[in-house]
Design a protein. Structure first.
Ligand SMILES: Nc1ncnc2c1ncn2[C@@H]1O[C@H](COP(=O)(O)OP(=O)(O)O)[C@@H](O)[C@H]1O
Ligand SMILES: Nc1ccn([C@@H]2O[C@H](COP(=O)(O)OP(=O)(O)O)[C@@H](O)[C@H]2O)c(=O)n1
Length: 219
């Protein structure tokens, strides 16, 4: 038995279903959930709103250090502009370093006294929580991800084309996988969950099954 509660790490490319699965696992097992992408989106958005360049390390690091939890609820974070800015600030090592303790603390001491934690992002299984009880790498074909994200953005009233969403997803995936600082990569011990041919219910059911196995193995 380990002292800390169970930790589930979910990584994968843009719009692959990490958050959907993370939220569902948290609900099912009574765990706390942290969408770490929202943190990077909040930093990218704050830099843009200040009129600074997300690629400017000094501006981005200052925004990361000044981040408060209240900034994470802004609906503007869900848009493609915030996602693109997030991916730019996320390549800056000082930004990642400034955000690491918050994420690790969430995993070690989930808020509200929750018995476990689910974190989703790009480097959870590799850098933030390398000793997680279960690592999932969630993916799907880029065209499928773009179709799903486009539907989501259209429902929110965003007038963006599916072709633009696909281009943004491809650009972000390339930047996230190609950067030196904590690149997006499947951890050697992560289970692959390709949801291209799966609806939400079957993807969540598979993730619950894998989590139950991991919790049993933990003892
Ligand atoms: N298996 C699936 N089938 C259909 N739609 C899905 C599936 N998984 C996620 N979605 C939808 O795709 C979009 C992106 O999912 P989301 O969980 O936000 O991905 P991520 O957190 O990886 O960006 C959301 O609108 C979500 O409802
Ligand atoms: N742990 C994380 C989470 C997000 N990110 C960055 O933040 C951006 C937005 O992440 P997100 O998870 O909200 O993106 P989506 O998959 O929801 O489109 C990503 O493109 C990454 O550049 C990261 O670098 N590390």
């Amino acid at each position: 038995m380990t002292a800390r509660g169970p930790v589930i790490a979910i990584d994968g490319p843009a719009a692959s279903g990490k958050g959907t699965i993370g939220r569902a696992l948290a609900r099912h097992f009574g765990f706390a959930h942290l969408d770490t992408g929202a943190i990077y989106r909040a930093v990218g958005h704050a830099v843009r709103m200040a009129g600074d360049d997300p690629a400017d390390p000094a501006a981005a690091e200052a925004a990361a250090r000044a981040l408060t939890p209240g900034q994470l609820d802004d609906p503007a974070l869900r848009g493609e502009a915030a996602g693109a800015a997030a991916s730019v600030v996320a390549a800056i090592p000082g930004v990642r370093a400034a955000l690491l303790d918050f994420q690790r603390d969430f995993a070690a001491h989930p808020p509200g006294g929750a018995p476990g934690a689910v974190l989703d992002g790009r480097d959870i299984g590799t850098v933030v929580c390398p000793d997680a009880d279960l690592k999932l790498f969630v993916t799907a074909a880029a065209e499928t991800r773009a179709r799903r994200r486009h539907l989501e953005l259209s429902r929110r009233g965003d007038r963006v084309t599916e072709a633009d969403v696909l281009a943004d997803i491809r650009a972000r995936d390339a930047r996230d996988a190609g950067r030196t600082a904590a690149p997006m990569v499947r951890a050697g011990d992560a289970r692959l969950l390709d949801t291209t041919e799966m609806d939400i219910d079957s993807a969540v059911a598979e993730a619950i099954r894998l989590t139950e196995d991991a919790l049993r193995a933990r003892g």
